[in-house]
Design a protein around this ligand. Sequence first.
Ligand SMILES: Nc1ncnc2c1ncn2[C@@H]1O[C@H](COP(=O)(O)OP(=O)(O)O)[C@@H](O)[C@H]1O
Ligand SMILES: [Mg+2]
Length: 363
Amino acid sequence: MGLTVTCVAMSDWRSFEERTIELTPGLNVLCGPNATGKTNTVEALQLLTAGTSFRHPRTTELVRDGADEGRAKARLEGDGRVIDVCCRAARGRRRTYERNGKPCRPADLSATLMSVLFCPDDLSLVKGSARARRDALDAFGAQASAGYRKVSKAYARAVEQRNRLLKEAHVDLGMLEAWDGAVALGGATLLHARMALFERLRTQIRRVYERVADEPLECVYDCSIGPDAAGLTRDELRDLILDAIAERRAEELRRGVTLVGPHRDDVSFSIGGRDARSFGSQGQQRSVALAWKMAEVAVARDVVGEQPLLLLDDVMSELDARRRAAVTEFVVGRIQTVITTANLQYFPPELLECAEVIDFGGC
Ligand SMILES: Nc1ncnc2c1ncn2[C@@H]1O[C@H](COP(=O)(O)OP(=O)(O)O)[C@@H](O)[C@H]1O
Ligand SMILES: [Mg+2]
């Protein structure tokens, strides 16, 4: 079964002076009215598993007003192991992480237990900019593999430095060529890993979408170096990127930015031949976002060999009965789930019977 979170404890963390919550290995429902700390708890769980959070908090925001240092801890248990993880946030300092009392990097936390989070903002996976989709792919890849994380960071740095050079008043062309090489190699490495990851996700996204919406969905990785990139080796990709860079040299110099590479790619969805972003109904778009997240769960399980922790923040109220049923079907599988809600009526009674309901005030 792998690891599950048995307990999360927060002190001087966000709105909590002190709060300890015991979790079951199955379904946990955090129930309470607005502003009672449900999302704060989900955020703590995400930081302790993914090493990042969808809220992108500044460290100071995590510290309870009036306190100096906030702490969130979780105990993970399973397969005869007990692992304690901790995140410390002190005002004006970088936050630090610990694993069994020893300092560690955020990447060590996701290597211990991955998590998948689904929240209403995830509609941006369909409606948002290309960047939202790329970032989602890379964030998932980074959690699933330390190698992916390194490659994606190194590439982002290379593009940033090359852009800085392109913006200079007099660009040193010899230097630019050196950066062409770095961007092409880093870009090819990332692209290769990202397309492989997307291919796994794509299969699952289509499968889940079809089950939820009863119609087929097409998903395509739109590659800025052309439609033929799929299936190429890393060296072939590097050569393609170098060619594309050479072709757009003048334009890049004029605009001062790197115009080719995986930082310009996108993912597109279409239903019945029409682009879901522009033509999909709200319901169809929600189903695509839901399918993406459920696909992440399935792929995490395949890649890492263990179930991730599933965090669902405030999603039930946004979904119609059919999509709620799909979520329900998913969470009754053997996966530890933490779900927040202001209203237990969104949950079928038979589901609540096997769930731990955690009271956040007047539920
Ligand atoms: N650093 C902080 N110190 C004190 N209160 C905070 C801090 N950060 C957030 N809060 C409070 O937490 C509450 C929001 O909690 P949240 O978990 O988002 O609520 P919900 O239960 O609706 O998900 C707000 O009232 C906000 O003012
Ligand atoms: Mg909330």
